[in-house]
Design a protein around this ligand. Structure first.
Ligand code: ADP
Ligand code: SR1
Ligand code: MG
Length: 419
């Protein structure tokens, strides 16, 4: 707890005072007379400061009581910083290799001090736009998702512990309600916040609002998002929430964390990879047609799901006699029945992931918050062409997700739409 008991938005001068009077931060920086501070927040919600001294570094993230990318006209609880800090610690405990360490949390100030992910770490989305391959990406993301999701589910925890945790994260209701609005509702109705590449996609956006089958499907997904406390999910696991180098993968920004459906995280990551895929034609030029890179993205898509599947089932096998109360060992006590329930569980999870992944794709094309993958394509006609392919793919998958048996079929479908 710092001496600063009242909330106050940071500026550079105040941040220096704050660090000097907070031993858990100042001790990491050594001599704090010569601090370099830079605000780098390029996310949608918060303010992020990189602090570097001659002998150390850290990042300070502060939530203000509104949504940064919209402004003070859209108030949002700053308590989101509390849930981000708790989730970073919990997920960091379960998967330390892929979550930055939290050094300090101040609830009054809605402020988190954490490890600075130093260059060459960059935001994955930017790497995908630049056409950079990351050989460890699928392995690391599969590891992160398998560990965080398995160990916080009833496959590993007791119902008593699970209910305690669910109750705690129910407090993050405002962030959940934001997702309910901007992912599951606004894209399917007229909303002052929606936008799209206009006039090119005017009829495509209208078609989304008038598609009754799509509305039926998105209603089921919204119900699952609101009702299914399956695991402690990150809640916003797009490619802007992952920082990477060639051999490091770090998941940041879990302020939307709550006990929700696992497929929401898996789908967010896979769906954003697919957005990156469909954006590639907009980034192609004479030096690089991006064809090889598109194949690499599809390989990452397949590897991420397949490795996740393998790791998740392995954790289940290793812990089948553990504390988890979903499938009690006395009932699911032979290899045949265990295989049956595992196959069913993983198939349902695959379909959930496809559904949520497609919802996340649709919202990025006709909803409020767009992605740099498409926004950085200057030629509006070209951008619309890329976005339309992604939108058509997502609509098909949302409607037909339960027909897919393997990720290879999904990839085949992507290639059909792309050809
Ligand atoms: P928001 O909650 O507003 O989305 P993010 O957590 O996504 O904020 O952070 C915004 C930006 O700040 C990131 O895109 C990244 O560039 C930078 N950033 C955030 N956390 C770190 C970190 N631990 N190390 C280095 N840079 C970071
Ligand atoms: C106003 S919506 C802002 C979006 O940014 C965050 O990263 C979440 O995805 C949220 O939906
Ligand atoms: Mg973010």
């Amino acid at each position: 707890m710092s001496i600063f008991n009242e909330f106050r938005p940071l500026d550079e001068k105040y941040l220096i005072e704050y660090i000097k009077s907070t031993p858990s931060l100042s001790s990491l920086l050594g001599d704090s007379t010569n601090l370099q501070i830079k605000e780098v927040g390029d996310g949608n919600l918060n303010f992020v400061y990189i602090v570097v001294s001659p002998s150390g570094s850290l990042v300070i993230k502060q939530a203000l009581p509104y949504i940064r990318c919209i402004g003070e006209s859209w108030p949002m609880t700053k308590e989101r910083a509390y849930f981000e800090a708790v989730a970073l610690k919990e997920h960091g405990h379960l998967c330390p290799a892929h979550v930055p360490e939290v050094y300090h949390f101040d609830r009054n100030m809605s402020l988190i001090g954490m490890r600075y992910l130093e260059p060459p770490h960059i935001i994955l989305r930017k790497g995908l736009i630049a056409g950079v391959e990351y050989p460890m990406l699928a392995e690391h993301m599969a590891e992160y998702m398998a560990h965080t999701l398995f160990y916080t589910s009833l496959l590993y925890t007791t119902t008593t512990e699970h209910k305690r945790q669910v109750a705690e994260f129910c407090g993050n209701v405002e962030l959940c309600r934001l997702t309910e609005q901007v992912v599951f509702s606004d894209p399917y109705k007229v909303s002052e916040f929606n936008r799209w590449t206009s006039p090119h996609l005017d009829s495509d956006a209208k078609a989304v609002r008038e598609d009754n089958v799509l509305k039926l499907e998105v209603a089921q997904l919204k119900s699952m998002f609101c009702e299914r406390a399956q695991a402690l999910i990150h809640g916003d696991l797009h490619t802007g929430s992952v920082m990477v180098t060639q051999d490091s993968t770090q998941v940041i920004d879990p302020e939307f964390a709550f006990y929700g459906p696992m497929g929401f995280d898996i789908g967010a990551f896979l769906g954003n990879l697919i957005l990156a895929f469909f954006a590639q034609d907009g980034h192609a030029n004479q030096e690089n047609d991006r064809k090889a890179y598109k194949k690499w993205i599809l390989r990452v898509l397949a590897d991420t799901w397949n490795l996740f599947h393998k790791k998740f089932v392995s954790l289940w096998d290793e812990n089948k006699d553990g504390p988890g109360e979903a499938y009690l060992p006395h009932i699911y006590n032979n290899a045949d029945v265990l295989r049956l329930v595992q196959e069913k569980y993983m198939q349902d999870l695959f379909h959930d992931s496809l559904g949520f992944g497609s919802a996340k794709m649709i919202r990025r094309i006709v909803g409020v918050a767009h992605v740099e993958d498409f926004e950085s394509i200057i030629d509006a006609a070209k951008r619309a062409e890329c976005e339309r392919k992604a939108l058509n793919f997502a609509k098909t998958v949302m409607k037909e997700r339960k027909k897919y048996v393997s990720i290879d079929e999904v990839i085949w479908n992507i290639q059909q739409i792309d050809s």
